[in-house]
Ligand binder design. Structure first.
Ligand code: NAP
Length: 501
């Protein structure tokens, strides 16, 4: 089995990477810093160029100044190397274009056709990263086609949100699909670029001890959490139309669930992993309105205290009342032989008491308490995979407490923290995924049928929430969500794992 990602050391082809939306938050906070890290590691091929495209009237020098400032803010000072910054800026250009007007696009055409310093344009891979709102994905693709820069080796990267429901996702996919073949479309979910998420595949399939236990016979339930301490900040305009279900569950949490639940592919290849993930999405038990009422919880943060500071409610952050959820918890079932009867509990929220994205696989308790006085003293084994922060894994076991005087049981954890276990610093998810796009490796990107299967499953929940008289339950900022989320598990005799100790 090979790792489902590029080996960063492997030579990349020379590339023209055009970031449409190059002056935006995503580009400046995530993409350019990721490209800087690739530059610092020497991963970018000679002649690779980065073209920012936006409506801003910037020439190359003006955009380089914007990028330099952004690197100063978003790259840790200890990792800023003046020579690497200069090398990166040397690759950077800007073209002024408007997705909704044909003017300006000839400048992009001229730049891409001419190629850098005499390099053959035909040898270069073209990547178009659409870091803009999805409603202009279609118009941008049409402009790219009209100026004749889309070739069979070209690729397009799409950011979430891919639609707001199944119908709108299909429209976005159709619009992009009119210009790019499915094999050229890379739908990014940065969770899949995380070291620990890929390690989940390796842990499951490159070891023998787990796989025989990875089923309903030995696993009691699975918890998947993505909690943030931040509120909506200045993204309220977008978020209030999305909410936690669209923003986090439909994509990130369902993708994590797929990786936990999928069958072993025959090998890790460009389609095989995606085929297996799709089967999981298709096996999710559809929710009726009654299921939605019983098995889902939504919440919205009220005022509270986060990291010692008093913070405002969601409505105050927005400046108006809202019915949008900032928290969602769901009890989900995967209807297949392996997972029958094993609930998957998903939850995500803003303004929670801690920032943590994690998967906890809780095994069944031993069937018989054989140590005298140990009744109820053993905790079920847990495999705890931390996606962020501090990527790593804990395996919780019960051992004998050292010392004479009988056998006393004690829970301990075997820890693997990536930061301390390995000398090499893991690349950021965006860095890894960008390099995969340049290499043309789609394994860690979502295929159209996956995205649409996820929307098809989520949609009945959206519809029920829209029509239900119940409003999101308020939870104080700085807590772990509404009490109803705890009840969702308590009803099944379980509790959320609130820390990894
Ligand atoms: P943003 O800060 O508002 O940036 C939008 C970018 O698009 C700007 O560079 C803007 O530049 C450009 N733009 C807007 N309209 C344009 C047009 N008609 N033609 C050409 N360029 C245009 O937004 P963002 O936060 O970067 O987010 C971009 C997309 O990624 C959104 O769909 C967002 O939901 C998604 N996303 C963002 C993040 C994040 O962390 N920010 C994370 C995941 C997904 P001009 O105004 O100069 O044209």
């Amino acid at each position: 089995m090979t790792l489902p990602t590029s080996e960063l050391a492997t030579a990349l082809p020379p590339c023209d990477l055009t970031v449409v939306g190059g002056t935006g938050d995503l580009a400046l906070r995530k993409l350019l810093p990721a490209l800087y890290q690739s530059e610092r590691r020497g991963s970018l091929a000679p002649g690779t160029r980065i073209v920012g495209a936006s409506r801003s009237p910037l020439d190359d020098e003006g955009y380089r100044a914007v990028v330099r400032d952004a690197l100063g803010v978003h790259v840790p000072a200890a990792e800023l190397d003046d020579r690497a910054v200069a090398r990166l800026l040397d690759r950077v250009h800007h073209v002024e274009v408007d997705a909704e007007s044909p003017e300006g696009w000839h400048l992009l055409h001229a730049l891409l056709k001419e190629g850098p310093r005499g390099a053959e344009p035909s040898e270069r891979v073209r990547v178009f990263y659409l870091a803009v709102a999805p409603r202009i994905f279609g118009p941008i693709c049409q402009q790219l086609e009209a100026i004749g820069v889309v070739e069979p080796t070209s690729r397009v990267v799409l950011e979430k949100p891919l639609g707001t429901d199944l119908a709108s996702a299909r429209l976005v996919n159709d619009a992009v699909g009119r210009v790019f073949a499915e094999s050229q479309i890379f739908r990014i979910d940065h969770y899949l670029g995380k070291e620990s998420v890929q390690n989940l595949l390796v842990t499951r399939f490159a070891n023998t001890f787990l796989e025989p236990l990875w089923n309903s016979r030995w696993i009691d339930h699975v918890q998947i959490t993505a909690a943030e301490t931040l509120g909506v900040g200045d993204r309220g305009g977008y978020y209030d139309h999305a909410g936690a279900l669209r923003d986090m569950v439909q994509n990130h949490l369902l993708q994590l669930l797929c990786l936990v639940a999928m069958e072993p592919p025959t090998y890790v290849g460009r389609e095989t992993v995606r085929d297996e993930k799709l089967k999981v999405l298709q096996a999710l038990r559809p929710m009726t309105p009654e299921d939605v009422d019983r098995d889902t919880v939504r919440g919205a943060y009220g005022q509270g205290v986060v990291d010692g500071e008093v913070v405002a409610s969601y409505a105050e952050d927005l400046g108006h009342p809202s019915r949008t959820e900032t928290f969602a918890a769901l009890r989900v079932e995967v209807q297949n032989w392996r997972w029958a009867g094993v609930p998957f509990y998903l939850r995500t929220g803003k303004r929670m008491d801690r920032r943590a994205s994690e998967i906890v696989v809780v095994f069944k308790a031993p069937p018989h308490a054989m140590f005298p006085g140990s009744e109820g003293a053993t905790e079920p084994n847990r495999l705890h995979i931390r996606v962020q922060p501090d990527e790593g894994m804990h395996l919780h076991l019960t051992v004998k407490e050292p010392g004479p005087g009988g056998i006393r049981l004690r829970p301990v954890s075997l820890d693997l923290s990536y930061a301390t276990a390995f000398d090499a610093v893991s690349p950021d998810a965006y860095e890894r995924l960008l390099l995969d796009v340049i290499k043309g490796n789609p394994t860690l990107f979502m295929r159209r049928d996956e995205v649409e299967a996820a929307w098809a499953w989520v949609e009945p929940i959206l519809r029920r929430w829209e029509t239900s008289p119940r409003r999101p339950k308020r939870y104080p900022a700085g807590t772990n969500g509404p009490t109803a989320a705890a009840t969702l598990l308590e009803r099944d005799g379980r509790t959320w794992q609130e820390d990894d100790q």
